[in-house]
Every structure is written in structure tokens, then in C-alpha cells.
Design a protein around this ligand. Sequence first.
Ligand code: NIG
Ligand code: FE
Length: 402
Amino acid sequence: MTGLALKGAISDHELEVLAEGGIVIENNLILATGNFDELKSEYPEADIQLLKGNHVCLPGFVDAHTHICFGGSRAKDYAMRNAGKSYLEIAHAGGGIWDTVTETRKASIEELTKNTIKRANRHLNNGTTTLEVKSGYGLTIDEELKMLRAIKEANEKALPELIATCLAAHMLPKDFKGSEKEYLKMISEELFPVLKEENLTHRIDAFIEQSAFSADDIQAYFTKASELDFDITVHADQFSTNGSKVAVDHKAISADHLEASTDTEIELLANSDTIAVALPGASIGLGYNFTPARKLLDAGAALAIASDHNPGSAPMGDLLTQASILGTFEKLTNAEVLAGITFRAAAALKLEDRGKLEAGLLADLAVFHSDNYQDILYNQGNLKPCMIWKNGELVFDRHKAP
Ligand code: NIG
Ligand code: FE
């Protein structure tokens, strides 16, 4: 991925494939990459681990958008949708996000922590070494804190690094007595300071949608978040437009979803520093159109791809499968898909220390048994990594997995 641009289309010719390659790791960082024999003579003291047979090594994947901290299941919603009900119809009938809020509130912090670790480690086995995790199924001060404390605790024990985001603005909780603006005012005044005090997150997200919050509702909330130095990210243009304009106006790090974005929103994002995040898992889970990834890239946007793993719209949670499928429907090059789940995804989390195999970056590696990097997307997620390194440590070896 070295030398590839953050924004715009990338052709596969730009990918640098290093044959007979080696990586020198010191502590948690990549010290050097290059030809194996040359590295061997340059670092004679190195403790060598030679991988026998053909392998392809990629930077560990970054999944920049998930909701893996939750209680309950929404298998019933999925069946109802497939029987003809829409996502919004189910939400209006009391299912949807609110159902998961009810189940998450019932769960203890220990249960949430345990489930989050389990799901995060499953992502690791599929190559993801960094995973964003949102709150947003608590929707009171205490319940949002419970979720964010569970995510913080899970981060200490899970193998991938977890980056927490506060999504208290997921929907207006049905049991809140007041307007959208009153709810958001309460959250910003009472929750934001505790997030800082307990160092629970530096990221604030909001769902801009007819069933959630309007651009007008969110104005004061995001202004307050920026004043307090939080990074902003937005669930934007999933079913209707508006969200990406909010994202760009508030200098959000990323605008995620974008399935409903038109040329106007695409232009807006392409001319901004906001990363566009496609969530093919939600399109697959809902049977809905994909984010116009090709158009975004051609317009010059930075495109990341994330799983959106959540119990409702994206229950699969397999980033590589979903990114491969997005590539086939949207006609994305291998380089664009791989960039979308590595360094461009890292940029969607404002992380500059990972996502490429480059000296000075974290030694987060996903290794596949193959002699051709194209095999990875060709197998559409069914070729799993055989080894994973996180922070310079071998944390998963499929040959030894139970
Ligand atoms: O990103 N769009 C809103 N939020 C989630 C879905 C959450 C849920 O359905 O539980 C999403 O798709
Ligand atoms: Fe989401």
C-alpha cells in the first residue's frame, strides 16, 4: 500500500507487490520491509521466523464502523424483512433499534463486555486488527456509560484494538419525555463531560435520518462536541440525503452509509476532507442498494469500507466478504478494496500509525496462504488469513487454532 493516495481511484498497477519479501519487527512496530535475503544480511541479529510455502502478507484490516456491543438478537426482524416488511416499518412497529436498546439495557456490564470481546476476537480471526465499536443502544446517560465502560474494558482484553464511539444520538429514546433537541441537549451537557473525565471516547456519532435526528436537531449537539474537542462522525444518507452535508459542514472525520447519496452529495464529499465509508454489510443485510463507491472514487473521495456489524441491519460481520462483494457490484479494483479496509479505513478513525506495511507503523499483519494477492478478494472472504500479528505479536495461527 506504500505510496498510494488517500483520495480517489487507484489502479492495480499502483500496488507494490514485494516478492520474496520480509518484514523486520521491533517491539510493536515495523522497522523495515524489503527483500528477505537483503534484510537477513542487514539485520544479522534478528530472530527469524520463516514462513514455509507461499504467503501473502497484508496490513491488518481496520473496521471503522461497528455496533458489536449489544444484547439480544434481531433474527425476528431479519425474517420479517425477508417476508416483506421494510426496515423503517419494523422500526415504527416497535422493533428495530429500540428492540436492541431494550435488550442491551437488560444486559449487565459483564455480559456486554464478554460478548464484545467474543465478537471482536472473531473479527480478529478474519484479519481485523483494529475495530471501531459504537454505543447507541443505551440511550440514557447511565446506559450509554454502561456500554462505553464495557467497550473500554473489552479493549483491555480483546485481541484487536477497539476504538470507542459515543452514538447516544442513535434515535430519540421512546421513553424520553421531551423533544429531539431536549434529549440531545441533555446528552451534551450531562454525558459529554463524563466521557472526557473517564476517557471513554473522543468520538461523537449521530444518525441523521427521518427516523432519527434532523440536520437542524443536530446543529447545537455537534457544535458542542467540537467545542469540547471531540471528533465527529455521522451516519449519513442511509435512506435519505442530508447527512453528508451535515458531516462536511461540521468537518466530520467520516460520513458513513451513503447508500442514498446523489451526485450532489458525492461532489460535496469528494471536495472535503471527510472520509466516505461504505457499509456493504448493511446493504446485504437489508437487501438494499450499495453505496455508490465507484462514483465516489471517480469524483475523488477517500473511500473506506466497514462492516457496520450490528444485530439489526448488518448481522453477518465479515468485513472481507462484504468488501469483496462491494467490489464486484461497484467495479472496484483490488487496490481500492484493499485500501478501503486498511489505510483509508485507518484515516476514517484518524489513525496515522497503521494500515500500510511501512517502517514506523504498527506491526499489524494479516497473512494468507496463497501465491497471489488477487486470490484474497477472488475467494470473496472464504480464504481466511492463516496468521495474524497485532502490535508485533503473533496472536492467531490457524494451524494451531482449536
Ligand atoms: O448503521 N443506521 C443506523 N444504525 C445502524 C443499525 C443499527 C440497528 O439496526 O441496530 C446502522 O445500520
Ligand atoms: Fe451503523
